[in-house]
Design a protein around this ligand. Structure first.
Ligand SMILES: *[C@@H]1O[C@H](CO)[C@@H](O)[C@H](O)[C@H]1NC(C)=O
Ligand SMILES: *[C@@H]1O[C@H](CO)[C@@H](O)[C@H](O)[C@H]1NC(C)=O
Length: 401
């Protein structure tokens, strides 16, 4: 078990050392191709943010299974988690994955990709080779990227509001945007947070125990070393390790199983291995080290607050020694939370804290399946019955369906 993490740390170090921004995605199936391979129409859109990042949005404008394609259908935006990308909403196929289920239910489905991931690796002002490219974390993904995606979709579809669903970091960025730019609450018809992540006081994942003390507080040498770099870029080493490790019956199967201890308190019995294999093709998808550091800071501080740059820079940036908290009481959009017992990253006690501060939360749903974990919201064999059907049902209710 310990050995596995030494190996993973070594791989991480190798990746950081060998980060080559000119990655090629040979042999990989993009989200739009994957959608078309199942018979659905797919579109690719590019959104340029105010600070120059070029973000790719994939779209399933309608389902070929319904005979009403010219009808107007309400837009839904789906936003992936850390190290992930739009493929996470597709990997379990049309019978299970949320993107297809929503298209079949008569929605116009948009799949976001945050700055820095394999589909959003360009900036019109800053070169990918410049460390400044990686000078962001999920605060900017929330306040800038998600805001830009929402505005773009509403403009394209001529709707005044959309539905939003996010997984993991996709929930954090929603909380950040809705609390920091409250005017965006009016643009949300309903929000759905799968495995919501804001507080990490009780995080059980070994990742916290291992890395929390090293990078969870500003100013440390590790922090200096890691800030503003690409974290776990998509590359062949990680990819091959994961691929070999997660094939059913492969000799490295234990690497895969133990890897999942990052997300669950033991076991991965719900996982759909075929879906996982598909995900591994395009994961880990690339992110800034600051995103990980910021999460570890939350683990260390027990607060849901902005990036901690150390008191000197904090005073310059925020006008105070400590970073300001995100004020969850400002979130007024209809929001539903779906969390699970066996989530080692964003577990039940931390969800309790979130719920207690999120005064306008519409629903606090706990998935009634004791082994359901953080990743299961994306790859479990039973996620349709336990989660996705509920999300579609809730969204329908806002549309009077
Ligand atoms: C598992 O994933 C595969 C690959 O996408 C999919 O075809 C299959 O329907 C999934 N099964 C379940 C039960 O999720
Ligand atoms: C399209 O038809 C399906 C049933 O055939 C229905 O459930 C859905 O609501 C319709 N879509 C729209 C946008 O009206």
């Amino acid at each position: 078990m310990r050995f596995i993490f030494y190996v993973l740390s070594l791989v991480l170090a190798l990746c950081l050392a060998s980060a080559d921004p000119r990655i090629t995605l040979h042999g990989m199936v993009r989200s739009d191709e994957r959608i078309r391979s199942h018979g659905y129409p797919a579109e690719t859109h590019e959104v340029v943010t105010e600070d120059g990042y070029v973000l790719t949005l994939f779209r399933i404008p309608y389902s070929h299974k319904l005979n009403n394609k010219s009808q107007k259908r309400p837009p839904v935006l789906l936003q992936h988690g850390l190290f992930s990308n739009s493929d996470c909403w597709l990997s379990s196929g049309p019978d299970n994955s949320l993107a297809y289920l929503l298209a079949d239910a008569g929605y116009d489905v948009w799949l976001g990709n945050a700055r820095g991931n394999i589909y959003s690796r360009a900036n019109e002002i800053i070169s990918l080779n410049n460390p400044k490219f990686w000078h962001f974390d999920w605060h900017e993904i929330g306040t800038i990227d998600i805001a830009a995606m929402i505005d773009y979709i509403l403009d394209e579809t001529q709707y005044k509001q959309l539905h939003y669903a996010g997984h993991s970091q996709g929930t954090t960025v929603y909380l950040v945007l809705m609390s920091e730019r409250p005017e965006y609450n009016e643009k949300i018809k309903s929000g759905h947070l799968l495995a919501p992540c804001a507080f990490f006081e009780h995080g059980k994942s070994p990742i916290f125990r291992w890395l929390g003390p090293l990078v969870g507080t500003p100013g440390g040498v590790w922090n200096q070393l890691l800030v503003d770099t690409e974290l776990i870029p998509y590359n062949n080493i990680v990819n091959r390790l994961a691929d070999n490790g997660c094939g059913s019956g492969s000799p490295y199967d234990s690497i895969c199983k133990n890897g999942f201890l990052m997300f669950a308190n033991g076991g991965y019995e719900n996982i759909n291995l075929t879906s996982m294999q598909i995900l591994i093709e395009t994961h880990p998808a690339g992110s800034s080290s600051n995103q990980g550091i910021h999460y570890l800071q939350l683990y260390a501080s027990h607060e849901f607050r902005q990036y901690d740059w150390g008191s000197k820079k904090n005073r310059e940036l925020y006008g105070q020694d400590l970073p300001p908290d995100y004020d969850l009481s400002k979130i007024t959009a209809n929001t539903h939370s779906y969390s699970s017992q066996n989530d080692a990253l964003c577990g039940p006690k931390d969800v309790d804290t979130l719920v207690s501060q999120f005064v306008h939360l519409s629903e606090d749903h706990r998935v009634p399946w004791s082994s359901f974990n953080h990743l299961d919201f994306i790859v479990a064999k039973n996620m349709k019955e336990l989660v996705n059907d509920l999300v579609v049902e809730r969204i329908n209710s806002y549309e009077g369906r």
